[in-house]
Design a protein around this ligand. Structure first.
Ligand SMILES: N[C@@H](CCC(=O)N[C@@H](CS)C(=O)NCC(=O)O)C(=O)O
Length: 215
């Protein structure tokens, strides 16, 4: 398999999951400005929509959409428990989380990453995103991980997204102007996830190692 990824982007979640599962996946880096791979291939020929992640299977079929790729990867090693069994209620609960992260957090961040163009729209977007983070923070009071008692693909996804925010404890990859310092449980969760060997490995491989981290 191959994972097409853009460093520090949402594809970091799939990268973390690959390392958590110990899967043998070739990582293909894509430049988000030129849309060329590190080997000089036009990424639009891989995904005509131009975005990562894309997972290419051994038979050449490709999967887009992070929330699907995450579940596909988890299902390759079900005993690792990164996603509950298909058809179980818990699987739907996980999908509820993934849909929330994709639509409410991931896409909520986008105007903040393009603040100059977004202008006054930020006055609407920032409070909504903060409200969602406040809710998330309360959820993390009830359980150690996003979807329950154990680390799941939802934690990998949220980890990639939270890194775009602003707080002294964050590995801020991009610089969205949204202060997450008040969310104490989010911070504890983030630091626990950041300490996982798979996460450390993924951050280092994407050039987001300790030297770029805040303490
Ligand atoms: N709907 C896609 C969106 C993925 C996405 O937004 N990827 C961003 C990085 S976080 C990207 O590749 N942007 C480059 C581009 O759109 O050209 C998914 O959830 O996987």
């Amino acid at each position: 398999m191959k994972l097409y990824y853009i460093p520090a982007s949402c594809s970091l979640a799939a990268h973390i999951v690959i390392r958590e599962l110990g899967l043998n996946v070739e990582l293909v880096k894509v430049d988000h400005r030129t849309h060329l791979t590190a080997q000089g291939q036009d990424f639009y020929a891989i995904n005509e929509l131009g975005y990562a992640p894309v997972l290419e299977l051994a038979d050449g079929r490709r999967l887009r959409e992070g929330v699907v790729i995450l579940q596909y990867l988890a299902d390759q090693v079900p005993e690792a428990g990164l996603a509950p069994s298909p058809h179980s209620f818990e699987r739907y609960r996980l999908q509820e989380w993934l849909a929330f992260l994709a639509s409410e957090i991931h896409k909520g961040f986008i105007p903040l990453l393009y603040a100059a163009q977004a202008g006054e729209y930020l006055q609407t977007v920032r409070p909504k995103l903060l409200q969602r983070f406040a809710w998330l923070d309360r959820q993390l009071a009830e359980r150690p991980f996003v979807a329950g008692e154990r680390f799941s693909v939802a934690d990998a996804y949220l980890f990639a997204l939270v890194g775009w925010g602003s707080a002294h404890w964050l590995t801020s990859y991009y610089h969205a102007d949204i202060a997450l310092d008040e969310f104490v449980r989010l911070r504890c969760w983030y630091e626990a996830v950041r300490a996982r060997p798979a996460v450390i490995g993924a951050l280092q491989a994407e050039g987001l190692g300790c030297s770029r981290m805040h303490s």
